[in-house]
Design a protein around this ligand. Structure first.
Ligand code: COA
Ligand code: AMP
Length: 636
């Protein structure tokens, strides 16, 4: 670990000189002279007085440096039987023209633009076009329902919304335009205009405020890059917190560009001209960082995949893509490989492709469970690397630093903290835990470049969610421990956030929806283990006195309600009507106890993904009237 240890220690002892050196590796219009300063909450801000434009750094700069004819992106869409390659020059020109179109609609530096699009090249163009103008984009994942989109529109207050007419889920066309219209009807804030990318699978009728993407672009003049400050916001990305209102994570421009560039070399080990493939979605942080920005900042080619790991057409989809585009470094969520393993347990489909180009496989979004790790490790001749991060940090907090000093892997561990992240484990009293002792995983300030600068429009929530628990530290919301060798093990969330198929969702938000049903007296939503998706939510519901309907009907109504309000991505498909929920003496539902029951920490319900807790066990435990009382006795 010598190289790693030296680099890590330098980043912690001398953060300013460490990151000043990294900052010199990206193109600035005006290089920063102030490297690090702190805001009023003692939270780090990086490169505040530098001036740059991330679209320039990722596109124009490479064209100027002679990469104009290199592919910038390969788009592969088995669901529409389409493929497309765009060179750096073509992408730069398309982005400049779309930026001109947005400018024509009045979008200026600092304005917000909401983007609601599937995995098409135009989604990346829209994001880069915003960046080019210094506007702040906010991408909303396609699997969210109108209400969720409305909440984000009301919070971000966009001048313009950019959407596609439809998305495609395997063989189903999902009309996006009616979802957008419904969301705008529900939101108090009204955007000035909507730009609609018409897809031939289902074009949408356009209303008064709508503009057709193709027409707008034909009429537009290309726009130049607008210089922004290092600390100016690039985007707001909403993520689930513990309440019904999502948190708008704000990302700056300069720190993000520097951190992503550093990670491409140090963690992912990819050089300019090589191909990087991240099978995520532009609606998630992984998509923002490792489909859209990082590969192009580094002069690589990014693969944009509109399809699933399975069924498009089969479980060999990823192997085909890796082979066809000569991918060097591949990144996805463990759940995707659990889906592949289910369909092709012996890896027969892998044998059909030449994947000798692949040098490493990276997994994140949820814990890499040991069975999936071992399956992949046996199947592939390349390192299988679990790395841990969050929407808030924007890039990995802990990883096996493949480009710096590869280390032996331990199943279940994300290996070691990445340089810049002073990760510590604290106990309830805020004391540092010993090796092997579990506690709250925190990061000592200053957080390195690239991490969130705040919550959009809500400094108080930023403080209470991340900074208040342990002053001087950022609270990750995860629990975990270091082993004797300094390897970090992340054991799961300590709050009401759950991880479904690599997607982060809030049980608190689902409870708000379920609790609003007129027949529901009380409810709790918990995550239980699922062999494919890691976790899925289950609603535990007590009907109001006098409820005379059929329980099965109530269950169906609640499932439909969550799908309507939050979206299909919540995977809310199980409701149990129960007699009671364990409570404290003062009447508060013991959520932690419920989580423990589901996790098997109470009543010995099995807790591994391979041996999932059955709903019956949870149900039985709910019926047991002694549960709450026994727990309370222990608390007292
Ligand atoms: N637009 C509209 N609907 C969407 C959607 C989108 N972009 N994405 C998902 N949905 C829908 C699905 O069609 C499904 O609907 P259904 O209930 O009608 O079947 C529902 O939301 C749940 O989707 P999902 O949990 O993704 O289940 P799935 O069975 O379609 O796919 C996996 C399962 C594991 C293959 C898939 O979740 C996957 O590839 N996950 C990897 C996630 C990832 O990359 N995360 C990023 C972090 S690295
Ligand atoms: P998101 O913000 O959607 O990226 O989700 C972040 C959360 O996912 C983290 O707080 C963790 O709980 C979980 N997570 C992500 N990557 C990992 C990993 N490699 N190991 C364990 N948990 C992870």
């Amino acid at each position: 670990m010598t190289t790693y240890k030296t680099e890590f220690q330098h980043s912690i002892d001398h953060p300013e000189s460490f990151w000043a050196e990294q900052a010199r590796r990206i193109p600035w219009f005006t290089p920063p002279t102030t490297i690090l300063e702190y805001d009023e909450q003692r939270h780090a801000r990086w490169f505040v007085d530098g001036e740059l434009n991330i679209c320039h750094a990722a596109l124009d700069h490479h064209v100027e440096q002679g990469r104009g004819e290199q592919p910038a992106l390969f788009w592969d869409s088995p669901v529409t039987a389409s493929k497309r390659t765009l060179t750096y020059r073509e992408l730069r020109d398309d982005v400049a023209r779309f930026a001109g179109a947005l400018k024509g609609l009045g979008v200026e530096k600092g304005d917000r633009v909401v983007i609601y699009m599937p995995m098409v090249p135009e989604a990346l163009m829209a994001m880069y076009a915003c960046a080019r103008l210094g506007a702040v984009h906010s991408v909303v994942f396609g699997g969210f329902a109108p209400h969720e989109l409305a909440v984000r529109i009301d919070d971000a207050k966009p001048k313009v919304v950019v959407a596609a007419s439809c998305g495609i889920e395997v063989d189903r066309v999902i009309p996006y335009k009616p979802i957008l219209d419904d969301a705008i009807a529900q939101s108090a804030h009204q955007p000035d205009a909507c730009v609609i990318l018409q897809r031939e699978q289902q074009p949408a009728p356009l209303g008064e405020r709508d503009h057709d993407w193709a027409t707008l672009v034909t009429e537009a003049e290309p726009a130049e890059c607008v210089p922004v400050k290092g600390s100016d916001p690039l985007y707001v990305l909403y993520t689930s917190g513990t309440t019904g209102k999502p948190k708008g994570v704000v990302r700056d421009t300069g720190g993000y560009a520097v951190a992503l560039h550093y990670s491409m070399e140090t963690i992912y080990d990819v050089a300019p001209g090589e191909v990087f493939f991240s099978a995520s979605d532009v609606g998630w942080v992984v998509g923002h960082s490792y489909i859209v920005y990082a590969p192009l900042l580094r002069g690589c080619t990014t693969v944009v995949y509109e399809g699933k790991p399975v069924k498009t057409p089969d479980a060999g989809a990823f192997w085909r893509l890796i082979s066809e585009y000569r991918v060097k470094s591949f990144f996805t969520a463990p759940t995707a490989f659990r889906a592949i393993k289910k369909e092709d347990p012996d890896g027969k489909l892998l044998a059909q492709y030449d994947v000798s180009c692949l040098k490493a496989l990276f997994l994140a979004g949820e814990r890499l469970d040991p069975p999936t790790f071992h399956w992949l490790d046996d199947l592939l001749d390349v390192p299988v690397i679990d790395h841990w991060w969050q929407t808030e940090t924007g890039w990995p907090i802990a990883a096996n630093l493949h480009g710096l000093e590869p280390m032996p892997t331990k199943a279940g561990s994300a290996t070691v903290p990445v340089p810049g992240f002073d990760v510590q484990i604290l106990d309830r009293e805020g004391e540092r835990a010993e090796a092997m002792e579990q506690g709250s995983v925190v990061i000592k300030q200053p957080l390195p470049p690239g991490c969130l600068t705040g919550i959009w429009g809500d400094p108080q929530r930023f403080h209470s969610a991340y900074m208040a628990a342990f002053p001087g530290y950022y609270l990750t919301g995860d629990g975990g421990y270091f082993d004797e060798d300094g390897y970090l093990f992340i054991m799961g969330r300590t709050d009401d956030v759950i991880n479904i198929a690599g997607h982060r969702l809030s049980t608190g938000e689902m409870e708000e929806v379920v609790g609003a049903h007129p027949a529901v007296a009380e409810c709790a939503v918990i995550g239980i283990h699922d062999a494919l998706k890691g976790q899925v939510p289950v609603g535990l519901v007590i009907p109001k006195d006098g409820f005379e309907g059929r329980e099965a009907d109530l269950e169906s109504e609640l499932i439909a309600l969550v799908r309507e309000k939050i979206g299909p991505i919540a995977c809310f498909k199980q409701v149990l009507v129960v007699d009671r929920l364990p409570k404290t003496r003062s009447g508060k539902i013991l959520r932690k106890l419920l989580r423990n029951i589901a996790d098997g920490k109470e009543y010995g319900v099995p807790s591994t993904i391979d041996d999932p807790a059955s709903l019956q066990d949870v149900h039985e435990a709910m019926k047991d009237r002694s549960v709450g009382a026994a727990h309370e006795a222990r608390q007292v």
